[in-house]
Write a new protein. Structure first.
Length: 364
């Protein structure tokens, strides 16, 4: 496919990362962008990434061969209607939204099916915004593709290959299958995490006892509750049907647990926990997914002055940057005294190997 003029509606974490990746692959390509904040445009222009350093009229996107919609789902939908009159016939339109049903229906209603391939890079970070974007963000991450009916085979193959060039793993599926799958492995878990955090908050006492001792398992399973509230409000409302369906199934599962617990049904309780453990233990370990990756490990630490500083110095002198570090006071469900989080998988592996060579005990 021709990668000469590429446009981005939205240039945050995902949009910025894709733009940087394309610029690396096609340095002669001309990139333009529209964002809600002019400062992002100025920064991206200063980085040599895009041609414009200020807002552009939408008509300037008429020359694009490839146009990425990288804004929230509802914003992407509004742009679709505005873009239809100006899109060049050869332009391929794609998005990066985490819900596909609404935009697929809108594309069909607007008669843009032959020019549209839905996309969802299953990669992310706890940080948001262009300043945190990286050309490596998509590396080895699944990139779901939901092509519109009538997209020429040659066009689809070209975009498929571009996704592979960017280091991601293209995974074609229908919009409905995508929305059900992401509701199960991402959207429902966010609802559960948020509701569990709110339950604990409301059950806490005036001394904040629960908040004080919360660590280990509680922090692990509720980490995603720290994601953007506005983004998740948007996702829930645009994938309402699938989330409600799975939420009903989850409530049935909770009721089953409650019944087994009330009846002291030890055999079935054990079976529930065992089946969950077996399935969870067989999940891919290093495959990037839809939830932001966390590159963390735990380290045993002798209680002596300068212990943390020594570890930090060992890593720093080997050009390994620590993203987060802290002592774990509640270790009921995990090994290790010191929690260390790195920025990426290579840094994690290098840090673990380095500390092990220095005779530290590491827990992953």
């Amino acid at each position: 496919m021709h990668i000469r003029n590429v446009g981005f509606i939205g240039l945050g974490l995902i949009g910025g990362s894709i733009a940087k990746n394309i610029k690396k692959l096609y340095p002669e390509a001309s990139l333009i962008a529209a964002t809600s904040g002019e400062e992002t445009l100025r920064q991206a222009h200063a980085d040599g990434l895009i041609e414009n350093d200020t807002f552009l009229p939408l008509e300037d996107f008429a020359t694009c061969d490839l146009l990425f919609l990288c804004s929230p789902v509802t914003v992407n939908l509004s742009y679709l209607r505005k873009l239809k009159p100006i899109l060049a016939p050869h332009c391929l339109l794609t998005d990066v939204g985490s819900v596909k049903g609404d935009i697929a229906r809108a594309v069909k209603d607007l008669g843009l099916e032959k020019q549209f391939i839905g996309g969802h890079p299953m990669a992310g970070s706890e940080a948001i915004g262009y300043e945190h974007s990286s050309e490596y963000l998509l590396e080895n991450a699944y990139y779901i593709l939901t092509p519109g009916e009538g997209v020429p085979e040659e066009t689809f193959r070209g975009f498929y290959q571009l996704v592979k060039q960017m280091g991601a793993i293209p995974l074609p599926m229908s919009p409905d299958k995508h929305d059900f799958s992401t509701a199960a492995i991402s959207h429902l878990p966010h609802v559960v995490a948020a509701s569990l955090v709110n339950l604990v908050r409301e059950a806490d006492d005036e001394n904040a006892t629960l908040k004080t001792i919360a660590a280990g398992g509680f922090r692990d399973i509720t980490r995603i509750a720290s994601s953007s509230p506005v983004m998740w409000q948007n996702i829930c409302l645009t994938n309402q049907r699938e989330i409600l369906h799975l939420l009903d199934l989850y409530l049935e599962k909770l009721q089953t647990f409650r019944t087994e617990l009330a009846n002291a049904d030890s055999e079935n309780l054990l079976a529930e926990f065992q089946s969950a453990k077996d399935y969870r233990d067989n999940l891919p370990i290093h495959q990037p997914g839809i939830l932001p990756s966390v590159y963390e490990f735990y380290c045993d630490l002798i209680d002596e002055a300068g212990g943390i500083a020594t570890i930090a110095t060992i890593l720093a002198t080997n050009q390994l940057s620590i993203k987060n570090i802290g002592i774990i006071h509640n270790r009921e469900y995990q090994d290790g005294v010191l929690h260390i989080e790195m920025y990426d998988q290579p840094s994690l592996e290098a840090a673990v190997a380095l500390l092990q060579r220095n005779h530290y005990t590491i827990h992953l």
